[in-house]
Design a protein around this ligand. Structure first.
Ligand code: BLA
Length: 298
């Protein structure tokens, strides 16, 4: 599609997303380098044309704010930006993931819910009822990316931007605009959050975050590319100690404790990403954020 020397994505970089996010955070709070930054900030890929950038911080109410970008000149561009609150808050997780090749960009932008918004109507009302304008604004320009595994869908909110588009300048401008809107909303939620005092509720928040970290550390679609670029051992450290830091410290349950359907006969974890398969050809939430999806076969 791009024919080598600079396709539609040429010259495009996710650095400005990261700059914006850190600048906005610094307008509101003090970012303190996270201990994980030291080990990973100068991580190098084993291909010369690839630049990896890793930054991580904590701040008041924010347990971990971290960013990973991977840039290959005129080729692959990756953004993985996330923010996790301290367990004293039940705040959604800020999640901006984009994988851009000369052929297409695969994007997930969301305030991932800590609790399932279909089962927990109270949680949906608390955080998403007033945010539906976000998806009304972007669902036409960043349309639903097509069938998605039910496993991923469980971690998405009614305002998720799940999309695949041609990596043109115009599309990336829309994505940047959406990123800014979603991120500013998340920072506002952080500012307004009320500290939980009940130990039981804090424990539940911590476990919900741990379950999310455990899922992503095991099944993230970016993992194979990280292994290729960094080697198996460094990729694993990056995933466990940087991207999904907390996976070893926030809880003691294992992947199979949370997701027993992945247990193989010999007791190991099934390598498949999805046991249920892909479904949901169209956005499975209505305009009010109510789940209306019907899983089809295949
Ligand atoms: C593909 N990445 C995908 C897809 C999703 C996501 C939904 C489509 C494939 C699928 O249906 O599974 C992202 N999935 C997510 C996110 C969550 C989730 C964010 O469940 C959160 C709960 N993507 C990255 C990074 C890399 C990356 C950092 O975010 C590389 C380092 C690569 N993503 C990547 C690639 C594909 C992909 C190569 C296409 C190949 C594939 O589908 O395996």
């Amino acid at each position: 599609m791009s024919g080598g020397g600079g396709g539609p994505a040429a010259g495009f970089s996710y650095q400005k997303f990261v700059h914006f996010a850190l600048e906005q955070a610094r307008l509101r709070t003090t970012l303190v380098p996270h201990p994980s930054q030291e080990k990973f900030k100068s991580v190098k890929a084993n291909e010369n044309n690839t630049i990896v950038n890793a930054l991580s911080f904590n701040a008041s109410r924010i347990r971990l704010l971290r960013s990973l970008t991977i840039e290959q000149k005129n080729s692959v561009q990756v953004l993985d930006f996330a923010g996790f609150s301290e367990p004293e808050y039940d705040l959604p997780i800020f999640c901006a993931n984009a994988f851009t090749s000369p052929a297409r960009s695969i994007v997930v932008l969301d305030l991932n819910p800590l609790y399932d918004t279909t089962e927990r109507k109270d949680y949906r009302e608390k955080y998403y009822k007033n945010l539906m304008h976000l998806i009304h604004k972007y669902s036409e320009l960043l349309p639903w990316g097509g069938k998605i595994t039910s496993e991923s869908l469980r971690f998405f909110s009614p305002v998720v931007v799940w999309t695949i588009f041609e990596p043109t300048e115009a599309n990336h401008q829309v994505l940047y605009s959406a990123f800014m809107d979603y991120y500013k909303v998340w920072l506002e939620l952080v500012d307004e959050a009320v500290r939980e005092t009940s130990k039981e509720k804090i424990d539940l928040n911590r476990e919900a975050q741990h379950k999310y970290l455990t899922w992503r550390a095991e099944k993230d679609p970016g993992y194979p590319l990280l292994k290729k670029l960094l080697g198996e051992s460094l990729a694993k450290d990056l995933v466990d100690e940087f991207l999904f830091e907390g996976v070893s410290a926030l809880g003691t349950k294992s992947f199979l404790d949370y997701f027993p359907e992945y247990t193989r006969d010999d007791g190991t974890v099934n390598k498949k990403r999805s046991m249920i398969g892909k479904s949901f050809e169209t956005r499975p939430w209505d305009a009010r954020g109510e789940f209306v999806g019907v899983a089809e076969e295949g």
